[in-house]
Design a protein around this ligand. Structure first.
Ligand code: G
Ligand code: G
Ligand code: MN
Ligand code: NA
Length: 254
């Protein structure tokens, strides 16, 4: 409970920070965007592991308030990078299922886009399969409204959630992100490789882009390039970085 109180204070005290992990276009090798990842610098404790506080933010519902801060902060960063010669940079933020539950998400996103004057297509939302399944009607309505605004939608951790693919028709999306578990095995397990091949083929036949997550080795990267995966994200290129360091990388790669 002390931890929960500290989390509530963290919002007020500005202890949260967004890190940005590059997404790289496989064909050209160029940076194609970033995923924003939440970090908590807890005074007296240092950086708290995301796995130690993000689930709690979701369980307590604090993620709705923190999520609004995340969306606003990402949009401010998009505006800053859009004004630079090495920009613009499309940025993806993660959205938890709790953020769909009050129908406020569209308004939160619309306000942030307007406040910072960004092109809506530079923002995308990453939603896990299980979050999509939590409250299907409401989530489908929200996502449709967001896509009408021009915001992009990605399915995160694809392949780990539900076996039914029917929802790909129900939730019109733009991007599939292949879960790290498949990428980890892709060069050693023929079964994982077959699944990765199938996901890429299916995504492309549906007109979706595919991003591979958690790419750590040159061998994984080479495999994904042969299979025409669109983008990769992972330690092979870069860890998540503070905004300034991301910007330096952007400049040196330009
Ligand atoms: O960042 P990794 O950096 O360790 O993140 C761990 C987990 O926390 C991942 O499942 C990631 O999707 C989730 N996560 C990271 N940042 C955010 C965020 O801003 N919002 C939500 N809802 N989840 C996040
Ligand atoms: O669940 P989601 O995909 O939103 O979160 C991405 C998570 O993956 C973050 O925790 C991020 O730090 C982590 N990550 C990013 N690249 C790599 C990688 O190459 N290897 C591993 N093990 N984790 C990664
Ligand atoms: Mn994600
Ligand atoms: Na993921």
């Amino acid at each position: 409970f002390e931890f929960e109180r500290a989390l509530r204070q963290a919002v007020v005290n500005g202890e949260f920070e967004l890190y940005y992990q590059p997404k790289v276009d496989v064909a050209s090798g160029r940076m194609a965007g970033a995923e924003a990842l939440l970090r908590w610098n807890r005074p007296g404790h240092g950086a708290v592991a995301p796995s130690a506080f993000i689930p709690l933010l979701e369980e307590t519902g604090l993620i709705v308030e923190v999520g609004a801060w995340i969306i606003d902060t990402a949009c401010r960063q998009i505006a800053l990078w859009s004004a630079r010669p090495e920009g613009p940079v499309p940025v993806a933020v993660n959205v938890a299922s709790r953020q769909f539950s009050d129908n406020q998400l569209q308004h939160t996103v619309a306000e942030a886009i307007a406040a910072h004057g960004i092109a809506p297509g530079l923002l995308s939302l990453e939603v896990t399969e299980s979050a999509l399944m939590d409250d299907t009607e409401r989530t489908a309505t929200s996502l449709a409204a967001l896509r009408t605004m021009g915001v992009k939608v990605a399915i995160d951790d694809f392949g780990t959630g539900y076996s039914s693919l029917a929802y790909l028709k129900r939730f019109p999306v733009d991007v599939l992100k292949i879960d790290i578990a498949f990428i980890r095995e892709v060069t050693v397990d023929p079964g994982a490789a077959a699944l990765v091949d199938a996901i890429i083929a299916m995504a492309h036949s549906l007109g979706l882009e595919v991003v591979a997550e958690g790419v750590e080795t040159e061998a994984q990267l080479a495999y994904l390039a042969r299979r025409r995966c669109d983008q990769i994200q992972g330690y092979v290129f870069s860890r998540p970085l503070p905004a300034m360091q991301f910007q330096h990388l952007l400049l040196s790669a330009a």
